[in-house]
Design a protein around this ligand. Structure first.
Ligand SMILES: Cc1cc2nc3c(=O)[nH]c(=O)nc-3n(C[C@H](O)[C@H](O)[C@H](O)COP(=O)(O)OP(=O)(O)OC[C@H]3O[C@@H](n4cnc5c(N)ncnc54)[C@H](O)[C@@H]3O)c2cc1C
Length: 374
């Protein structure tokens, strides 16, 4: 009898976490194929450090990951899905049948404004190092950092603001003005009230002007209008985070926000019991690697249960954990979501390894083992 076939589309945090969890649950019982166009898993969070000449993005070859997990890697992309026939069709014309499917193709990044530099975590030095150099040399005296509307992962814009402020003090310059514009009702509101208060205090201490509940307009280069306060500024440098948009795959449904709708067992709405989705591709207002990993773990349980494994998949109860880099001691933030409430925790003590910015049950130890073996 042929083995149960699982196809995982994606080569990022959620895809690899799902692969690892499946192997833990079913050993080598399933035939697992990873379909991903990229050659590496990119561990993106430390991208914000690179322009400050600190260790940046870590990369892990997918060939090595799939060899270690006894999976097949097809370097290709999911183009469209035939859920009736249970077949994934790829950009290069392959047809891959599945018994269980995990879609973890991430989100897309779009340019939110003309006339601004957009921070790109694939090229962090190109998009922010020049600004750091100009601040260090005293050429730039005012900076505006913008978070556009829509789903987002907000930590990096705060990290850039705090680390830029810290860099200017460390150069004995105290006249740098930094404005941070965000649609969030409070700083890092996704982490709950306690975290927002702690971050607001950090920003005050760093003399960063915070504009919450606000959106920016940039009519011309170096012209910034903040709504709804109608504040007009002329910052020396304006940097925005990208706008995050959904993956747009044929025959995969999209929610109002353009992302893939799932239920609390991470099954894609309207596609029956065999198609799961996880990570940034999914309709959830916060895009976060740790959360994507939790979804992938639940999806893996669901896929194992499909094949008859004695597992009762648990519903998603999101817990968001973040390490905020500040240029000094990092801040550890946790938010537990339950019944519409957010239970918020803040700690200056190390709650988990500070370089493990994405807290993922399988991926964390696995990547550590790859780092140790390198
Ligand atoms: C600067 C920055 C800092 C961050 N900091 C943190 C942090 O501190 N903590 C945290 O938890 N999260 C953080 N995040 C968010 C985190 O990186 C993402 O939430 C996470 O990478 C999402 O994982 P994913 O697997 O859904 O998508 P991705 O990691 O984006 O991976 C998507 C994968 O799918 C592949 N793919 C794309 N299209 C297709 C297709 N058609 N078919 C097959 N494969 C496809 C891509 O090549 C890629 O391999 C940060 C993000 C950024 C940008």
């Amino acid at each position: 009898m042929s083995r149960f076939r699982v196809v995982i589309c994606g080569g990022g945090i959620a895809a690899v976490e799902g692969l690892l969890r499946l192997r833990r649950l079913v050993g080598d019982a399933f035939e697992i194929t990873l379909v991903a166009p990229a050659t590496e898993l990119r561990y993106r969070p430390a991208a914000v450090q690179e322009p400050f000449s600190r260790p940046g993005v870590r990369r892990y070859p997918l060939r090595r990951i799939t060899q270690r997990t006894n999976a097949q890697w097809v370097q290709d992309g999911l183009e469209w899905l035939d859920p009736g026939e249970q077949v994934v069709h790829t950009a290069e014309g392959r047809s891959l049948p599945y018994d269980g499917l995990l879609v973890a193709v991430g989100a897309r990044a779009a340019t939110p404004y003309e006339h601004v530099t957009v921070f790109d975590d694939a090229r962090p030095d190109d998009t922010y190092h020049g600004l750091v150099q100009d601040v260090e040399a005293g050429y730039t005296r005012s900076v505006a950092l913008l978070l556009p509307d829509g789903p987002h992962w907000p930590l990096p814009v705060y990290e850039l603001a705090l680390m830029t402020a810290e860099r200017s003090w460390s150069m004995n310059m105290d006249d740098l003005s930094i404005h941070l514009v965000t649609p969030e009702p409070a700083p890092l509101a996704a982490f709950g009230a306690e975290a927002s208060n702690a971050v607001a205090e950090l920003l005050r201490d760093a003399r960063i002007d915070l504009h919450t509940g606000s959106l920016a307009e940039v009519p011309e280069s170096r012209q910034l209008v903040i709504r709804p306060s109608d504040t007009s500024l002329e910052p020396g440098r304006i940097v925005a985070m990208p706008r995050i948009t959904g993956p747009e795959i044929r025959n995969l449904p999209t929610a109002e926000d353009g992302f893939i709708p799932i239920d609390d067992r991470c099954r894609v709405d309207g596609l029956g019991a065999r198609v799961f989705a996880a990570g940034d591709a999914v309709s959830f207002p916060v895009k976060q690697g740790g959360l994507g990993a939790q979804m992938a773990d639940i999806a893996a349980e669901g896929i194992a249960a499909l094949a008859g494994a004695d597992i009762e998949p648990t519903p998603l109860r999101p817990v968001i954990r973040g390490v905020l880099y500040t240029g000094r001691e990092p801040l550890f933030l946790t938010a537990r979501y339950a019944d519409g409430d957010i239970e918020s925790e803040v700690s200056h003590e190390q709650a988990w390894p500070a370089d493990e910015k994405i807290v993922a049950e399988e991926l964390g130890p696995f990547l550590r083992s790859l780092d140790e073996a390198a």
